[in-house]
Design a protein around this ligand. Structure first.
Ligand code: UDP
Ligand code: MG
Length: 220
């Protein structure tokens, strides 16, 4: 009866309608990538304000886990961060997945996420694909493109007040190297399938956000 009603209204069948609703609720993800200091976190905050995304910084989640009393991963995370190396994906993905679940449990309509600073290498990407395939949809990668020199100077400036153990010259050289060797190839993979939106991130905060808005007004 219900079925006939749906078909006669040339609407979807109950089953496909259900699939449709589930799909609508599925996390819609944008990966935000760029070198250290490219402005990912700053721009994400502005995107949240204007476009209603939830910002999840993989680095912030790792730092929170590092500081959580009783965490079995605290020391491991600290040593990876200080050396500019990438934490094993098992840890990062569990933090990301939990954060997405908690956000959507609180408000099921909040299913648009900016995942900032992830995936940073092949291990991250494979971990994502293995764990999240079918569970979340990656719409595109927002890439903040910035020269190494500008990145380093911004982080050294930030280091004066950030209290971060990796905003110093020694860690920064390692972070830049990791970005060039491990993260750029990930961006290139997404580029090949037309899924990268690039923004020139060396300009001022407002100029960069103007470019960001052009992208989001069209497809955010
Ligand atoms: N990190 C990681 N995996 C991630 C994200 C971050 O291992 O998915 C670690 C890595 O050591 C990195 C550090 O956290 O250098 C800081 O990352 P964050 O994204 O906070 O730095 P940003 O690039 O924003 O300066
Ligand atoms: Mg950041």
């Amino acid at each position: 009866m219900l079925y006939r009603l749906f078909s006669s209204l040339s609407l979807k069948t109950p089953a496909s309608l259900f699939r449709c609703i589930v799909h609508a609720m599925k996390p819609q993800v944008l990966f935000v990538l760029g070198g250290p200091g490219a402005g990912k976190g700053t721009q994400c905050a502005k995107i949240v304000e204007k476009y209603g995304y939830t910002h999840l910084s993989a680095g912030d989640l790792l730092r929170a886990e590092r500081g959580r009393p009783g965490s079995q991963y605290g020391e491991l995370i600290e040593s990876y961060i200080r050396d500019g190396k990438i934490v094993p994906v098992k840890i990062t993905i569990s933090l990301l997945e939990r954060a997405m679940d908690e956000t959507m449990k609180e408000n099921s309509e909040k299913n648009k996420f900016l995942i900032d600073g992830f995936p940073r290498n092949e291990d991250n990407l494979q971990g994502w694909n293995t764990n999240m395939d079918g569970k979340a949809e990656v719409k595109f990668v927002l890439f903040f493109d910035c020269s190494n020199e500008v990145c380093i100077n911004r982080c050294l400036e930030r280091g004066k007040s950030s209290g971060r153990s990796d905003d110093n010259k020694e860690s920064l050289e390692k972070r830049i190297k990791t970005f060039l060797e491990s993260t750029r190839p990930i961006i290139e993979q997404y580029q090949k399938v037309g899924k990268v939106r690039t923004v020139d991130a060396s300009k001022s905060l407002d100029e960069v956000f103007a470019e960001v808005q052009k992208i989001f007004d069209k497809e955010g």
